[in-house]
Write a protein that binds this ligand. Structure first.
Ligand code: URP
Ligand code: ZN
Ligand code: ZN
Ligand code: ZN
Length: 492
C-alpha cells in the first residue's frame, strides 16, 4: 500500500487557496494532494469520503489555561492537560499552546518549564507547547531566555494587571529587550490595573456588586490605555508583541494604526467578544457570573461588529479561545467562590475570571459564516503557526511539509441547525457560556498526524490520551524588529 489514509471528495481550504483535491497521507504527514481520483481505494489502508465538505488544517488554539494553580488568587483551572486537550480535539483543534506559569516567589523560568512538562507529558490528545508566563523577571529569569529558545520555547506572556502578576513598565522594558535579543514573541495582557482598582472601589462604595459590574469595573478605557502603552513600549525597543484577547474596537484601532505604520504589532481576539455582550453578565441567578472574563464582553452588537471587522481586515492575527475553565458548581475552587447568603448571584470582585471555549471556538466561528473561509483558516490556524514558529509543519496542508492534522467538516446543510449544549462538550466544566446558541457546523472528523481522533458519526472520541506530542518551536516567521541591528542606547 502506498498510503495509510486517503481522503476523497473534500474541498481543501488553506489560507491562500480553495481546491477540489484528494489528500493522501503516509505515516504522520501529508504525502500528496491530487486531482479527484488520483488515489484509488486499493493503494490506501483506509479511505474517508468527505462528501463535498470542507477540509481545513487542524486548529491551533494559542491561548489555553490548563492546570494553573490559584489563577489570580481566585481558583484553579478545572481542566487538566488531559481533559482540556480532549475537549480541544473534539472541536477540531489539533495543537494547543498553554501557559507555564512562573510563581512570583521563583526567580527561574526553567523550573517552571520542567514542572509544566511533567503535567502535560503522556496526557495530551493534541500536540502542545507552552508560553512561559513571566511574573518575576529576575536577572536569572532574563538570562534564561537563550536556554528557553534551545528548549523550543519562542514566546512568553506578561500581565499589566492582576496584583499577583502585574509588571511595571520598567520590568516590561527589561523583558522586551531580552525577548528582542533572543527572537521571542511577547504576549501582553493589556489593561490598566489602577483604573480597574479605582473603579472597583467606586462601585463597592455604592454597593454595586452584581456580576454585571465586573464589566463596569473593567471599562474599555482600561484596555485602550494599556494597549497604546504596550505599543509604545514595543516600538521603543523595536520588538514584536501580540496583544492578547482584545475586546474593544477602540483598542483595535490603536493596533491598526501601529500596523499601518509598519510596526510588528500583532493582536488576538476571542469568541467571547464576538458572541457575548455585557448583557450576558446580567442574566438571572448565577448565569451572569458564568460569563465573567477579563477583559469583559463589551457593550453591544456594534462592539461585536467592530471585532468581526478586525478579523476580516487583518487587524487580528489570531482568534484564540482563552479557555480558562472553572467548575461553576464548586464552592471552593470554582465560580461559586464568590457566592454569599447576601449575594447569591455572586459578588463581581470575587468571581474567577475566565470562560471555557477550547472546543467551541471553531464550531462557533464556522457556523457564524461570517468570515470568508480562507480567512477563517488564516486566523484559526495559519497565522498562529507562523507567529509561534510552527509553520509549515502546522497551520497548512502542504505535501511533504505538513503534519496530517486536519478537520473534515460536514457538507453544507447536512447537519441542519442545532442548539449547543454543555452535554455535547468534553471539558471538565459544568457549563458553557454559549448554551443554546444555534450551530450549523461541527468537525465531522479530527485527524492528528494521520490518526483519526474524533469521528462524530462513529464512536465520537476515538483518540487516546498521550497521542499528542510536545512541539519544539522556532521563532516567529512573521515580520520581526524593523532594524536588524542590536538595540543600542546610543541611537537615542
Ligand atoms: O478572564 C480571563 N481572560 N481569564 C484568563 C486569564 C487571562 O488573563 O488570560
Ligand atoms: Zn542572553
Ligand atoms: Zn490575559
Ligand atoms: Zn488567558
Amino acid at each position: 500500500l502506498d498510503y495509510d489514509l486517503v481522503i476523497v471528495n473534500g474541498i481543501v481550504v488553506t489560507d491562500d487557496a480553495i481546491s477540489e483535491v484528494d489528500i493522501a497521507i503516509k505515516g504522520e504527514q501529508i504525502a500528496s494532494l491530487g486531482p479527484r481520483g488520483s488515489f484509488s481505494n486499493d493503494i490506501a489502508g483506509r479511505t474517508i469520503d468527505a462528501e463535498g465538505g470542507y477540509i481545513t488544517p487542524g486548529g491551533i488554539d494559542a491561548h489555553v489555561h490548563l492546570e494553573e494553580p490559584q489563577l489570580f488568587g481566585k481558583g484553579s483551572s478545572a481542566d487538566t492537560f488531559e481533559t482540556g486537550t480532549r475537549s480541544a480535539i473534539c472541536g477540531g483543534t489539533t495543537t494547543i499552546i498553554a501557559f507555564a506559569p512562573q510563581q512570583r516567589t521563583e526567580d527561574s523560568l526553567l523550573s517552571t518549564l520542567e514542572a509544566t512538562h511533567k503535567k502535560a507529558e503522556g496526557k495530551c490528545y493534541t500536540d502542545y507547547s507552552f508560553h512561559l508566563l513571566v511574573s518575576n523577571p529576575s536577572d536569572r529569569a532574563l538570562a534564561e531566555f537563550s536556554i528557553l529558545r534551545e528548549k523550543g520555547i519562542s514566546s512568553l506572556k506578561i500581565y499589566m494587571t492582576y496584583a499577583a502578576l502585574q509588571l511595571n513598565d520598567g520590568q516590561i522594558l527589561d523583558i522586551l529587550l531580552a525577548a528582542r535579543e533572543h527572537g521571542i514573541t511577547t504576549l501582553i495582557h493589556a489593561e490598566n490595573n489602577d483604573l480597574i482598582l479605582w473603579m472597583t472601589a467606586q462601585l463597592e462604595k455604592r454597593k454595586m456588586l452584581a456580576p454585571r459590574y465586573h464589566a463596569t469595573s473593567h471599562p474599555a478605557m482600561a484596555e485602550i490605555e494599556a494597549t497604546y502603552r504596550a505599543i509604545c513600549l514595543s516600538e521603543f525597543i523595536d520588538v514584536p508583541i501580540l496583544l492578547v484577547h482584545i475586546s474593544s474596537p477602540a483598542a483595535a484601532a490603536h493596533i491598526r494604526s501601529a500596523q499601518s505604520r509598519g510596526l510588528p504589532v500583532y493582536a488576538e481576539t476571542c469568541p467571547q467578544y464576538l458572541f457575548l455582550t455585557k448583557a450576558d453578565l446580567d442574566k438571572p441567578g448565577f448565569e451572569g457570573a458564568k460569563c465573567v472574563c477579563s477583559p469583559p464582553p463589551r457593550e453591544n452588537e456594534q462592539d461585536q461588529e467592530g471585532i468581526w471587522q478586525g478579523l476580516e481586515d487583518g487587524t487580528f492575527t489570531v482568534l484564540s479561545s482563552d479557555h480558562c475553565p472553572f467548575i461553576y458548581d464548586d464552592s471552593e475552587t470554582g465560580k461559586k467562590t464568590c457566592v454569599t447568603a447576601e449575594y447569591p448571584e455572586g459578588q463581581f470582585k470575587y468571581i474567577p475570571n475566565g470562560c471555557p471555549g477550547v472546543e467551541t471556538r471553531l464550531p462557533l466561528a464556522m457556523s457564524a459564516e461570517r468570515l470568508e473561509i480562507k480567512r477563517f483558516v488564516e486566523v484559526t490556524t495559519t497565522n498562529a503557526a507562523k507567529l509561534y514558529g510552527l509553520y509549515p509543519r502546522k497551520g497548512t496542508l502542504s505535501a511533504g511539509q505538513s503534519d496530517a492534522d486536519l478537520v473534515i467538516w460536514y457538507p453544507s446543510g447536512k447537519l441542519g441547525t442545532f442548539a449547543l449544549t454543555n452535554g455535547m462538550l468534553h471539558h471538565n466544566v459544568d457549563y458553557t457560556p454559549y448554551e443554546g446558541k444555534t450551530l450549523t457546523q461541527w468537525p465531522r472528523y479530527t485527524i492528528l498526524r494521520g490518526s483519526v481522533m474524533w469521528d462524530r458519526d462513529g464512536e465520537g472520541l476515538v483518540g487516546k490520551a498521550g497521542q499528542g506530542s510536545f512541539l519544539h518551536r522556532d521563532k516567529s516567521s512573521l515580520k520581526g524588529p524593523l532594524s536588524s541591528e542590536p538595540w543600542d542606547i546610543r541611537g537615542f
